[in-house]
Design a protein around this ligand. Structure first.
Ligand code: 4NP
Length: 163
């Protein structure tokens, strides 16, 4: 069995709401499973609009209420991310199309998918809604979706890599 870490990158638009939350939740699930040493986990945004900023205060609050501390700083996704990370999880269809367009040029081997494909309770909706312009409820909903999806993703990766 290869000891190469399984690399996972979460991507949204601003890297201040959905993807830092997904990164933090996935990190905490991986830690709970005692698998930190087997994963490399990060997040980024397609826009770069909030480069250098911490996560949105509402994201931080929702995460903390659920016991997850987020310490990352926003950054824009790079071509070298697309080449380096094996599993790239987009939060919505816009992010997915942007990443697929870029990966087609620079990282044809990248496995780019929607995070919500792993949501056990998802109906036909596959986007994780952008909560930025809404109220606190939206952030709670996003957390629930992200939590279910990250559990599904981890189960899939554990089965795939025999972890
Ligand atoms: P995120 O949310 O993509 O989940 O980080 C957003 C953050 C900022 C903006 C849009 C979405 N914005 O328009 O600045």
């Amino acid at each position: 069995m290869s000891e190469e870490p399984v690399s996972v990158l979460f991507v949204c638009l601003g890297n201040i709401c959905r993807s830092p939350l997904a990164e933090g939740v996935f990190r905490s699930l991986v830690a709970e499973a005692g698998l930190e040493h087997r994963f490399e986990i990060d997040s980024a945004g397609t826009s770069g609009w909030h480069d250098g900023e911490p996560p949105d205060a509402r994201t931080l609050a929702v995460a903390l209420r659920r016991g997850v501390e987020l310490t990352r700083i926003s950054r824009r996704v790079t071509d070298s991310d697309l080449q380096r990370f094996r599993h790239i999880l987009a939060m919505d269809g816009d992010n997915l199309r942007e990443l697929q367009r870029r990966a087609a040029r620079t990282a044809p081997q990248a496995d780019v998918r929607l995070l919500r494909d792993f949501d056990s309770a998802a109906d036909s909706r596959r986007d994780i809604p952008d909560p930025y312009f809404g109220g606190t409820d939206g952030f709670e909903d996003v957390h629930d979706i992200v939590d279910r999806s990250c559990r599904g993703l981890l189960a899939e990766l554990r089965a795939r890599y025999g972890l």
